[in-house]
Design a protein around this ligand. Structure first.
Ligand code: ADP
Ligand code: MG
Length: 221
C-alpha cells in the first residue's frame, strides 16, 4: 500500500503539487505527462528520496528503480544479492535467493559475468531482479522500458505483472499510454507539476476531461 496526501515539492522555477494518491496492493498507477512535468520528482518523493516541503507519504517497504539502473562493480550475482544483504539477510541465503531472482529475469546463465558488461535491457532486468528479490510492498519505476528493444520491454512488463500478482503496489512512470493500459488500473497525468487528470485507466486514457491530456494522447506533446 502507498498513500500520499497534500504533497508539495518545489525546485527553482518548478512546483509539484499532489492532493492525494493511493495505490492498493496488487494494483498499478501509471504516471504520464510531458518531459519536465514532475514525474521523476513525484516518484522520488514517493520513494522517500526527496523530502517534500509539505504533505505526507506513507506506505510499506519501497524499492525505487531510477531510469538508468544503478549497478555496482562486481558480478551480476553480487548485484542481485545486494538488496538482500542491505536488508540484513546472511550471505549464503542472499546468494541463493539472488540466483532464484536471476532465474526469473532470465539472467542466471550470466550470474558470474561483470554487471557493467551487460546490455541496457539486461541491466534493467538485473535491477528488477535485485528489487524483486527483497519482496517489496511498493515498487516505484521510472520509465523502466524507455530505450529497451521490444523483446526486453515485453520481458520487463511480464516481470512487473508478476510482481503485481504477488501483491506489490506499483507506481509506473511511462511515456506509453499503451503500456499504461497493459499494466495499470489507474492513471495520473502531470502537467507543469499539477495533476491534470486522475482516474481508472479506461476513462482516463479514452475520455480525458482535460484538453492538455487529450492533446498529449493525440501525440501533440
Ligand atoms: P519529468 O520526470 O516529468 O521529466 P522532473 O521531475 O525530472 O520531470 O523535473 C521537473 C522539474 O523539476 C524540471 O523543471 C526540473 O528541472 C526540476 N528538477 C528536477 N530535479 C531537480 C533537482 N534535483 N534540482 C533542481 N531542479 C530539479
Ligand atoms: Mg523523468
Amino acid at each position: 500500500m502507498l498513500r500520499a496526501e497534500g504533497v508539495q515539492k518545489t525546485w527553482p522555477g518548478f512546483r509539484l503539487r499532489l492532493a492525494f494518491l493511493h495505490v492498493e496492493p496488487g494494483q498499478a498507477l501509471a504516471v504520464l505527462g510531458p518531459s519536465g512535468s514532475g514525474k521523476s520528482t513525484l516518484l522520488r518523493v514517493l520513494a522517500g528520496l526527496e523530502a517534500p516541503e509539505e504533505g505526507r507519504v506513507e506506505g510499506g517497504f519501497r524499492v525505487y528503480l531510477p531510469q538508468t539502473p544503478l549497478l555496482l562493480k562486481g558480478s551480476v550475482l553480487e548485484n542481485a544479492a545486494f538488496g538482500l544483504r542491505l536488508k540484513g539477510v546472511g550471505r549464503r541465503e542472499a546468494l541463493a535467493r539472488a540466483e532464484e531472482a536471476l532465474e526469473e529475469v532470465g539472467l542466471l546463465s550470466k550470474a558470474h559475468l561483470r554487471a557493467q558488461g551487460l546490455s541496457g535491457g539486461e541491466k534493467v532486468r538485473l535491477a528488477l531482479a535485485r528489487a524483486l528479490a527483497v519482496g517489496p510492498e511498493v515498487l516505484l519505476l521510472d520509465e523502466p522500458t524507455a530505450n529497451l528493444d521490444p523483446a526486453n520491454a515485453r520481458m520487463v512488463e511480464a516481470l512487473l505483472a508478476r510482481a503485481k500478482a504477488r501483491g506489490a503496489a506499483l507506481v509506473l512512470v511511462t511515456h506509453s499510454p499503451a503500456q499504461a493500459r497493459r499494466l495499470a488500473e489507474r492513471a495520473l497525468f502531470l502537467f507543469q507539476g499539477e495533476v491534470a487528470e486522475e482516474g481508472p485507466v479506461p476513462q482516463a486514457l479514452r475520455e480525458p476531461r482535460d484538453p492538455r491530456v487529450r492533446a498529449f494522447l493525440e501525440g501533440d506533446f
